[in-house]
Design a protein around this ligand. Structure first.
Ligand code: 13P
Length: 338
């Protein structure tokens, strides 16, 4: 284990004013996103779309890392440059999603994450291609009887085992426990579950000797469920989120990069910004690792048509910039174009 490489990776990821682009949608997920916009989904259209994102001029001002899907890691730009290399040339760190998606937790309605078998060998081969950080996502659904104690224990254990395997190989792990926004639960219920989940995850990281100094935490924000009648504003969401994080996440962990989880792009940006209003000296770097909240307007503007590349890149750059401002507490809704 070489902690120097973990250290240099985490320092770049925790740079103030920068965040992570999650462009690691699995093929079924990006197919769904494309087909909602009538974009044909082929290996080449996915490649073209990702090339559009990564070659956006000035993206490195706001983005320090990109999470790739394995298919993209093995693809090249239209100039024949591998995508990991293309990003590294811009001083953006390539990362990769390494979990293999969700499977049923036997004898229950819940889903856990698979992918630990052979993980070490996969990480070694990704590292040879320039990958320096990885991502593993576990999900927790809120209902009257979920998440169960068994699921919370299982997911926390697997996140910690994955984290330890990554660090031993010199790869910084993104630990992503996502409390899903689907449902009609209240903000208070979400806070209670998020606290339990994060508490267990931190405990298991300790048990597996994962060094918190070299971990990126990617949690969901504490929000009411999508179908909850009682809506909350950005300040209320930020207060609840920061309260839960302060109770559970040690200051040794350098950076928290939120997922957007189905919030609109503007909501996600406003909520991130509000975290910095709640507390102006947070113990961690607090930034973003969004997929939908960074990409939605851009994917729509592109629509699969090469003629729209520049307009789509402008729209992507705008979201990167506004989220960068939000990660410094300097965003203002008046900056949104009508
Ligand atoms: P969203 O920001 O769309 O929730 O996606 C984040 C993510 O986890 C993909 O890695």
């Amino acid at each position: 284990m070489n902690s120097d490489e973990l250290k240099s990776t985490i320092q770049m990821i925790a740079s103030a004013g920068k965040g992570i682009l999650a462009a690691d949608e699995s093929t079924p997920t990006i197919t769904k996103r494309f087909s909602a916009l009538n974009i044909t989904c082929t290996e080449d259209s996915r490649r073209q779309y990702r090339e559009l994102l990564f070659t956006t001029p000035d993206i490195a001002q706001y983005i320090c890392g990109v999470i790739l899907y394995e298919e993209t890691l093995n693809q090249t730009s239209s100039q024949g440059i591998g995508f990991a290399e293309l990003l590294a040339q811009k001083n953006i760190i390539p990362g990769i999603k390494v979990d293999k998606g969700l499977i049923n937790l036997p004898f229950s309605e819940e889903k856990t994450t698979q992918g630990l078998d052979g993980l070490g060998e996969r990480l070694i081969s990704y590292k040879k291609l320039g990958v320096r950080f990885a991502k593993w996502r576990a999900v927790f659904s809120i209902s009257d009887n979920t998440p169960s104690a068994l699921l919370m224990r299982t997911n926390a254990e697997d996140l910690a085992r994955y984290g330890a395997i990554c660090q031993e190989i010199g790869i910084v792990p993104i630990i992503e426990p996502e409390v899903l926004i689907d449902g009609n639960h209240t903000l208070e219920q979400c806070a209670k579950i998020s606290e339990k989940v994060l508490h267990q995850v931190m405990h298991k990281l300790y048990k597996h000797q994962v060094m918190l100094e070299y971990v990126i935490l990617k949690p969901s924000m504490v929000t009411p469920g999508k179908n909850c009648q009682v809506k909350k504003n950005a300040m209320e969401i930020a207060k609840a989120t920061i309260t839960v994080l302060k109770r559970t996440v040690p200051g040794a962990l350098p950076t928290i990069n939120f997922l957007s989880g189905g919030q609109t792009p503007i909501e996600a940006t406003a909520n991130l910004n509000a975290m910095h209003q709640v507390d102006q000296s947070l113990p961690w770097n607090v930034s973003f690792s969004f997929a939908r909240a960074l990409q939605e307007p851009c994917m729509k503007a592109w629509g699969g048509d090469p003629k729209n590349v520049t307009i789509a890149q402008n729209s992507f750059l705008q979201r990167c910039k506004l989220n960068s401002l939000a990660s410094l507490g300097q965003y203002n809704p008046s900056l949104e174009k009508p």
